[in-house]
Structures are given as C-alpha cells and as structure tokens.
Design a protein around this ligand. Structure first.
Ligand SMILES: NC(=O)c1ccc[n+]([C@@H]2O[C@H](COP(=O)([O-])OP(=O)(O)OC[C@H]3O[C@@H](n4cnc5c(N)ncnc54)[C@H](O)[C@@H]3O)[C@@H](O)[C@H]2O)c1
Length: 278
C-alpha cells in the first residue's frame, strides 16, 4: 500500500499528544520510516517518550507544549522549523476526556474545549500557512471521534469538541484544495475504541473490543495513502458497516425529523435495531 507522499524518510512530523497512546504510536511509526519527529505534550512522560522514539530515529526533539495556549503552539512551530527546517506532517492529536453533560461541570466544559477544540484550532492556525508556503507535500491530521459524529449521550462537552474538530477539518480541506499550488491535505482521523491513556482507567489489559494504538496508526497510514479524508477506524466490536449505519441513522434524525439522538430514544429502539440488521 502506498503511503501519503508527506510520509517518507527524511520528512518531518510534529505530533501533539505525542507522549502516549495514538500520538506515541504514530511517532514511533514515523521514526521507523526514517522521518524526523517532534513530540509535543504536557505530560511528565514526554522525556521517556522522546527516548523511546529516539531508539528508532536519530532526529527526535520533544517540546513541552500545552496545546490550549496559542503562544506555546507557536513556540512549538518555531522549535520544529528551527530544528528541521520544514514540517511535512502535523498531527493535532492531544486530547482529554473531561467535560460533562449539557448543563454540568462548567469548568470541565471550558477545559475540554480549550484542549480538544482550541488545541486543534491553535495547531491549524500556527502551522498551515507555513506548511503551504514550503511548497512541499504535507498532511494535517486532526484527531476527532465518533462521539463528534453520532454524538452519544453522556459527555456532551467532549462530543461538542469532536464535532467542532470535524467541521474545522472539513473546512480546512476545502480551503486547501482551493488554494492554488497547495500540496497540503487535511485528514480527519476518527479512532474507534482504542486502548490508550484516555480509556485505560485501572485496566492493565486491553479489553477484547478495543484496538491497540498501533492498529489505529496502521489503518490511518493505509487510508491516507489511499487519499481518504475521513479515516473512520473500526475496532474489535464495531465494524465499518455498523459505523456506516450509525452515521446514516444519526444524519437521518434531521432528514426524517426524528427526535435528536433517537438511537438512544426508547420509542426508536426497535426501529434502529431493524435498520442495523437490515
Ligand atoms: N482512545 C480512544 O478510544 C479514542 C477514541 C476516539 C478519539 N480519541 C482521541 O485520540 C486522541 C489521542 O488520545 P489517546 O487515546 O491516544 O489518549 P492518551 O491519553 O494516551 O494520549 C493523549 C495525550 O494528549 C496529551 N495532552 C493532554 N492535554 C494536553 C495539552 N493541553 N497539551 C498537550 N498535550 C496534551 C496527554 O498528556 C496524552 O499524552 C485524543 O484526541 C482522543 O480524544 C481516542
């Protein structure tokens, strides 16, 4: 399977949330391909992550960065360009699971919006023009979630951040493809249930239904290589076919004037089940 042209030996990847989970797995994959890697994270694990990645590539830097702060993301961009002279892949991937219900935990709402949504907005604003101006192939990968597409009840704040990332990334790709001479593409990475820091809790073992972060990275590499914008990862419980049905059902809430989130409405339980099995 061909890789996206920005993913190749000698090219540069910047990864936020790179100290753990999907970000760290991507960093190791890029390093293994001979890329130069810049890890960004707030975590105390950042130095250990840099050492892990450095075992695979001689050119790795780590820049402590809180993505919710534009000044820190601009400093990250400057550090990457100072070290490597270019950025070919940007993964706006840092995220937290905080937040709450529609009218709960105002502080949690603010924090999850600042990290998950503003973190990605900051990354897009800080890097995109510079990556276009380089004139090389580039890729901006923003990590969303199925929770921003089908929006299950529970953590509405998190869902809002991920819905925002979807809309931002769609708009970004539209602008990139309409920018003359631009060789940068945007991609929405939507992991399924993945065993990482965010989902681990007290579990030592990966639950059978979850994918590993490496599986997500494998899938993303293949789909980017195929030129896909929407990279909707299945997991061991949820197939691509089931994801498509859930997404279609959610969109049909509007088209068919059903109540919102009807998938979780008792009056529509049987109808969804019939649709799912159809
Ligand atoms: N794991 C899943 O099942 C799953 C599913 C859908 C989407 N996602 C998304 O995948 C992305 C990666 O998460 P993960 O699953 O690898 O979890 P993870 O917790 O292992 O990794 C997230 C990383 O982001 C870092 N981070 C948190 N706040 C930050 C900040 N303000 N600035 C910089 N870094 C910060 C954390 O320190 C951590 O290293 C997130 O955006 C998450 O929402 C995960």
């Amino acid at each position: 399977m061909a890789l996206h042209p920005a993913i190749a030996a000698g090219k540069v990847a910047v990864i936020t949330g790179g100290a753990s989970g999907i970000g760290l797995a991507a960093a190791k994959r890029f390093a293994g391909l001979g890329m130069k890697v810049c890890l960004a994270d707030v975590s105390d694990r950042l130095d250990a992550a840099r050492a892990e990645v450095a075992a695979l590539s001689s050119e790795v830097i780590a820049v402590r960065t809180d993505v919710s702060r534009m000044d820190e993301v601009e400093r990250l961009r400057d550090a990457a360009y100072d070290a490597f002279g270019a950025v070919h892949v940007l993964m706006n991937n840092a995220g937290i699971g905080a937040g709450g219900g529609a009218f709960a935990d105002h502080d949690g709402w603010r924090r999850v919006m600042e990290v998950n949504l503003w973190g990605v907005i900051n990354g897009v604003h800080a890097f995109t023009q510079a990556m276009i101006d380089q004139g090389t192939d580039g890729a901006i990968v923003n990590t969303g979630s199925k929770q921003g597409i089908t929006c299950p009840p529970g953590n509405t704040a998190y869902n809002v951040t991920k819905a925002g990332i979807k809309v931002l990334t769609e708009g970004l790709q539209h602008e990139l493809r309409n920018t003359p001479g631009c060789r940068v593409t945007a991609h929405l990475l939507v992991p399924g249930f993945t065993f990482t820091g965010i989902t681990q809790g007290n579990r030592a073992e990966k639950p059978p239904g979850a994918w590993t972060a490496d599986q997500v990275v494998d899938y993303a590499m293949d789909r980017m290589g195929a030129g896909d914008f929407y990279i909707i990862c299945p997991d061991n419980d949820v197939s691509t076919e089931l994801d498509r049905k859930r997404i279609r059902w959610a969109a049909d809430d509007i088209v068919n004037n059903r109540p919102p989130l009807s998938r979780w409405h008792p009056d529509y339980k049987d109808a969804f089940e019939a649709f799912r099995l159809d």
